[in-house]
Design a protein around this ligand. Structure first.
Ligand code: SF4
Length: 672
């Protein structure tokens, strides 16, 4: 008997139209925890580094987390894993909503797709019946429109549908997968779905998901619910409004956008507008939001209502949450009204709300600088907002300059040449980041930006406050009920962190403390991504209801295998190292691990070197960021070290082989 998980994956070969239900090995769940953990193992085993994103042998894995579909509050994440066309590395993007619990109820933990369909198709999973169906009539349709058409066609109003829009069909490198109440957007995973000619996956499940010890499990769930109520009534003081509560940042409820609009950058992540948030703007934006936001909505089994339905007069309703509220507005230097209107179109097209606006603003910046000319933009309207609509349309259709821009700023700059790469200034590992430029180096964020492999800071940060509180008394108040910390020393790190003086950034927190803090934050995200837990109730906010101390109980009572804090941390470390190993095998090295040069004005090269050197050692990686043989063996990943040795990435005697040495070895081998 399997608990928490179903114990079965669906394996679909789209080239042959073959569908198999495959039983999985429960030992893998214990080792890698499920969700992203077991998906990473599949990607390691079955997608060698020679396989590119658009190869039929690239896998596209839709996975429910280990505890999705159980009564655990907010445990509803679908984790989509593949090789990214933009970065060439592992992409793993999460979406909330209802899809993953529905898959569990249908009797599967994962849908593993390989091959490419000759024609556009969609997948229909209804409990034990699985069909690949023709989707020719859905070609060019929007993602939300597609979901609705499929539900009507199947006469299944409760089917959950994950679909791509035109951007995915045309393999735009920042295409998303949308599913009504959420989207998986980062890394271009929608482009891989389009390349496989898979328009959508619809799922309806009516079976049970069983937990091992129901009474114990329900007690834990009720404790979480009680704590959520408590926290909703006791917002955290001394931090900006979006960090005071739980859930994903409550952008649909919070109207005060002073912090984002005056601290984040506008346009192509270039311009700060220091006195933007006037009382008049606040009123206008509040009116716009109140007028267009029709309802606050939640994901499966969650009381937090982080999302909202947005109904712009004259346009179909769509769902929004989080920072996308502002990304289009700020990229276009426009009003909130424009941002909410164009986001409807962008959601139907299926594009990432961080990358797409920056790419469009980048194109207009190149035009202004004369690097691109009028000839590159035939028929583009004169007005600013019209230009953004025009560009979005060209990009998702890959028409003219849109075809170049559809690869994202990094690759577009290389194709355009003429110095365009200086304008692709906000990338890490070839992927657009939050449009944020700051003054003083923050050593904790330096490490997270540099080494995070989800390549999205909001999916790495959390738990530890983003900045010191001004007074020690406030800090003492904060740590009083901070029981989520793994160890007491974290409280001390925070208590001693001052805004100015000896114990201030960039030299405080100390290098060692930064390693501890980043490791804790990252560990929590990796645990969430394996269990299917929403980061908004665990790894992202301050003082969340899920933490290292109650998670083992959930796993033991839910999945039925013994778990404690040490074993959980070790499992998270194991599969986090496996994620790194996949990327190392694909060529990622220390040279790739750096924030954009202009992310902070004040940089400290020696300190940054020390941070990276120390963190690599702390994680058991060598100076080039490669997990060492010893650390791999300690984590039970001897097969990774053997593969690294076979490929010349590590040597038998554990001498650290840098890239140039490896290249020389490869060149010598080729010459022979
Ligand atoms: S906290 Fe918000 S984003 Fe997370 S599951 Fe609940 S409603 Fe969804």
């Amino acid at each position: 008997m399997r608990y928490g998980e179903t114990g079965f994956n669906l394996e679909i070969d789209l080239s042959r139209g073959n569908i198999e239900k495959v039983e999985t090995d429960p030992r893998d769940t214990e080792l890698y925890l499920g969700g992203l953990g077991t998906s990473a193992k599949l990607m390691w085993d079955r997608v060698p580094p020679e396989i590119e994103a658009f190869s039929p042998d690239n896998l596209l894995i839709f996975s429910a987390g280990l505890l999705c579909g159980t009564p655990a509050i907010g445990c509803n994440r679908t984790i989509v894993t593949t090789i990214s066309p933009q970065t060439g590395l592992l992409a793993f993007s999460m979406m909330g909503g209802f899809w993953a619990p529905e898959l569990k109820h249908a009797g599967y933990d994962k849908v593993i797709l390989r091959g490419k369909s000759p024609e556009l198709v969609y997948l229909w999973i209804k409990d034990g019946q699985v069909e690949i169906r023709d989707a020719a009539h859905l070609q060019g349709k929007g993602s939300i429109e597609t979901a609705e058409l499929i539900r009507q066609e199947l006469k299944e109003p409760q089917a959950q549908v994950a679909a791509i829009g035109m951007a995915g069909e045309n393999r735009v490198f920042f295409a998303s997968i949308e599913q009504g109440r959420s989207s998986a957007s980062r890394g271009g995973i929608g482009a891989v779905m389009g390349d496989k000619k898979l328009k959508a996956i619809a799922v309806r499940g009516t079976g049970d998901v069983t937990v091992a010890r129901p009474l114990e499990y329900m007690k834990l769930c009720n404790e979480v619910l009680d704590y959520i109520s408590y926290r909703n009534e006791h917002p955290i003081q001394g931090v900006m409004p979006i960090l005071q509560g739980l859930g994903s940042p409550q952008e649909m409820v919070v109207h005060d956008e002073k912090w984002h609009t005056e601290n984040f950058m506008w346009g192509n992540s270039r311009e700060r507008r220091k006195d933007f948030w006037t009382p008049e703007t606040a009123k206008k934006w509040t009116d716009t939001m109140e007028h267009m936001r029709t309802r606050l909505i939640s994901c499966h089994n969650c009381p937090m209502k982080c999302g909202a339905t947005i109904s712009v007069p004259g346009l179909p309703t769509y769902m929004m949450k989080c920072f996308t509220k502002l990304t289009y507005t700020m990229a276009a230097m426009a009003d909130l009204d424009f941002g909410l209107r164009i986001a409807q179109q962008a959601t139907e097209y299926g594009v990432d709300g961080f990358s797409a606006p920056q790419v469009m603003a980048f194109a207009l910046e190149l035009h202004k600088e004369g690097i691109l000319t009028d000839a590159d933009f035939p028929g583009m309207p004169e007005d600013n907002e019209g230009r953004f609509y025009w560009l979005l349309d060209r990009i998702v259709r890959r028409e003219g300059i849109g075809d170049v821009l559809a690869d994202g700023t990094y690759w577009a700059a290389r194709r355009i040449g003429k110095g365009a790469d200086a304008f692709a200034h906000n990338n890490i590992k070839k992927h657009e980041q939050l449009p944020l430029k700051l003054s003083m180096l923050n050593p904790i964020y330096f490490l997270m930006y540099a080494t995070g492999e989800k390549i999205n800071i909001t999916q790495i940060e959390g738990q530890f406050p983003q900045a010191p509180f001004p007074d020690r008394s406030e800090r003492e108040e904060f740590v009083k009920d901070w029981f989520q910390v793994p160890e007491e020393k974290f409280k001390q790190y925070f208590l001693d962190w001052e805004p100015r003086g000896e114990n201030s950034m960039p030299f405080y927190p100390t290098v060692q403390a930064c390693c501890d803090i980043v490791d804790w934050q990252e560990r929590m995200h990796y645990i969430d991504d394996a269990l299917g837990m929403c980061a908004g109730l665990s790894s992202f906010p301050l003082k969340p209801p899920y933490h290292l101390h109650n998670y083992p109980g959930f796993i033991s009572a839910g999945a039925g295998f013994d778990m404690d804090e040490a074993k959980l941390s070790q499992a998270a470390r194991r599969y986090r190292t496996l994620v790194r190993a996949i990327n190392i095998r694909r060529g990622m090295r220390r040279k790739d691990e750096k924030p954009p040069p202009n992310h902070w004005k004040k940089r400290f090269p020696e300190l940054e070197k020390e941070l990276l050197d120390t963190y690599y050692r702390f994680k058991g990686w060598n100076d080039d960021g490669i997990p060492t043989r010893e650390s791999l063996h300690e984590l039970g990943l001897a097969y990774v070290s053997e593969d690294f040795i076979r490929r010349g990435i590590l040597s038998e005697d554990e001498t650290l082989r840098g890239e140039s040495e490896q290249e020389t070895a490869e060149a010598t081998a080729a010459a022979e």
